[in-house]
Design a protein around this ligand. Structure first.
Ligand code: KG4
Ligand code: ZN
Length: 337
């Protein structure tokens, strides 16, 4: 029996503003996305080489209500059709989270709808089931984004266990910082990938914690690239990018291999912005084929930050009567609702 049996349908409005994207979406209990919008702030933060929190909050304030209005218009429904509002309560930048939470709380009051505070990371884990159910359980989910590097084992949509995570930076952060050292733009991932394809991995950078369990650490790798650039300059950029990517791939392949051995899974999903990396996709395709595990790579629009995943996770909360306090939390473990 599905946890949604007996629910009388309706739609959840998802609101996401934990970092630098203002996103709003309308999603049914089955994961059908009626409308989804995202206002990005890349141009605002590009000159800083990372997200500037104060500017992020201000941009959310400007974009959020127009995004809500546009989403209803696009879906052709009205707030009366809502079952609830789901909003990211953490983890993230506190000022950014507060914009989303306060907007959702205000709308909930005016429209007389319940407001559910959702853990952003649980949204990412559910993102692979948007539009169509893609995950079969037990599943290993690899969340790789600008903010997170997490390996989670899921036995159902709500039975989630962290089996590995980073001790320091996220993979995306490492890509962005190395891109900055090499004089490439922000976000750094796509540019590093492009340069790496043109280059050869001539340098051997460290592969942090490669043989030590399922924990990740990227700061040593980032620092090694930094030292090399300080001593020798950023040329040849393509070879440096290729050497950095080779080290990242070796670590990811080793950790995912061990996780699949320790936690048998029928499918492995890769979500988060770094899942856009063709090299990472290719390396995990080879690994999953070897292990006989189905690899699920959901469309990138659901892999990067979006509000549809928050709405889908909110349906889980509703189905299981889970109602965490509607309080912004800068830090929030995946294992907490
Ligand atoms: O999930 P996301 O859109 O935002 C959050 O962090 O929540 O992820 C953004 C991160 C950035 O660090 C960016 O450099 C990285 O994803 N990224 C990539 C690629 N495209 C984006 N990293 C590696 N290869 C890519 N092609
Ligand atoms: Zn995210």
């Amino acid at each position: 029996m599905s946890p949604f049996d007996g629910m009388d349908g309706g739609v959840i409005l998802g609101v996401e503003s934990s970092c630098d994207d203002t996103a709003v979406a309308l999603v049914t209990a089955k994961g059908e996305v009626l409308a989804s919008r995202k206002a990005t702030q890349e141009e605002i933060h590009a000159e800083f080489g990372g997200v500037y929190p104060e500017f992020a909050s201000r941009a959310h304030v400007k974009s959020i209500i127009p995004a809500v209005e546009g989403t209803f218009k696009e879906a052709g429904i009205s707030p009366r059709d809502l079952r609830a509002i789901g909003v990211t309560r953490g983890p993230g930048l506190i000022g950014s989270l507060l914009v989303g939470i306060n907007t959702a709380a205000g709308l909930g009051l005016v429209w007389d709808k319940p407001v559910i505070g959702v853990n952003h990371l649980r949204g990412h884990l559910r993102s692979a089931d948007l539009e169509e159910a893609r995950i079969t359980y037990p599943a290993l989910i690899f969340l790789v984004s600008g903010g997170h590097t997490v390996l989670a084992h899921m036995r159902s949509t709500t039975d989630i266990r962290i089996v590995g995570k980073t001790r320091d930076d996220s993979v995306g952060e490492a890509y962005d910082k190395v891109a900055r050292m090499l004089g490439l733009g922000y976000p750094g991932g796509p540019e590093i990938d492009r340069r790496a394809k043109e280059g050869t991995a001539t340098l051997r950078f460290p592969r942090p914690l490669i043989r030590e369990g399922l924990e990740f650490s990227w700061s040593g790798l980032k620092a090694a690239v930094g030292r090399h650039v300080d001593q020798n300059g950023p040329e040849p950029v393509n070879d440096l990018a290729a050497s950095f990517v080779r080290a990242v791939l070796d670590v990811i392949e080793a950790k995912c291999r061990k996780a699949l051995e320790d936690y048998p899974s029928s499918c492995m999903a890769v979500v988060g912005g770094v899942a856009a990396s063709p090299q990472i996709r290719e390396s995990l395709e080879t690994l999953c084929a070897e292990k006989g595990v189905a690899l699920c790579l959901p469309p990138l629009k659901w892999s990067t930050d979006n509000a549809a995943m928050i709405a889908l996770a909110a349906w889980d909360y509703l189905a299981h009567d889970i109602a965490p306090p509607l309080v912004a939390q800068a830090r929030l473990s995946l294992e907490v609702f």
